[in-house]
Design a protein around this ligand. Structure first.
Ligand SMILES: CC(C)(COP(=O)(O)OP(=O)(O)OC[C@H]1O[C@@H](n2cnc3c(N)ncnc32)[C@H](O)[C@@H]1OP(=O)(O)O)[C@@H](O)C(=O)NCCC(=O)NCCS
Length: 163
């Protein structure tokens, strides 16, 4: 069940026991500010959780567990993007922000994608204004590619190449 382990984190397959913590995160407007823009209802979050469990790829998209507390603190990993690229995403519950945990998880996923899956590159798109997320990508070695300006929301695209 454990896909990866870092100093402070277990990155493992989602389990039903994660449901309540997952929903609490998805219902938090701070967490959703730059991802979707509106908090999900409990019903929407539950549907999302169950649908997420149906998509099977060889890409790790995991629950993030803080080992010291044995608690679910968020989710993240690699996921297929339109056009065949592989994307990196990460989402943490508010109490766990600002401790370097997203960067620790992001580095582990990138390392796995390059070493084990031999991916040529990993990409990530961040809504403009999400400075913390940009910083995580920078600390993980990603480079800015381009800005995609939309009417309501704009995105910055980043990539990291396997060297
Ligand atoms: C983005 C997110 C995952 C970051 O998690 P985290 O564990 O706090 O990230 P880290 O602690 O590893 O790194 C955050 C960095 O951003 C910086 N940062 C945080 N808020 C910032 C802000 N408003 N402006 C500038 N920098 C900021 C921190 O100082 C830190 O950089 P540093 O190590 O150089 O000091 C977390 O805020 C989150 O889950 N947000 C909601 C979901 C989301 O937006 N996900 C990303 C979708 S692309």
């Amino acid at each position: 069940m454990t896909v990866l382990e870092t100093e402070r984190l277990l990155l493992r397959e989602p389990q039903l026991e994660d449901l309540d913590a997952f929903c609490a995160m998805e219902m938090d407007p701070d967490v959703r500010r730059f991802v979707g823009g509106y908090p999900r209802t409990r019903e929407e979050a539950e549907r999302r959780f169950r649908n997420g469990r149906r998509h099977k790829t060889n890409l790790p998209f995991c629950s993030i567990i803080l080992k010291a507390e044995n608690s679910y603190i968020g989710r993240g990993g690699l996921h297929p993007m339109p056009g065949g690229a592989v994307g990196l995403g990460f989402y943490l519950a508010r109490p766990y922000w600002g401790r370097g945990l997203a960067t620790e998880a992001a580095r582990a996923f990138v390392d796995y994608g390059f070493r084990e899956l031999k991916l040529p590159r990993i990409v990530s798109a961040v809504e403009v204004g999400n400075a913390a997320s940009v910083r995580v990508l920078e600390k993980t070695g990603f480079n800015f590619l381009r800005r995609e300006a939309g009417e309501r929301r704009s995105f910055d695209h980043f990539e990291l190449r396997n060297s």
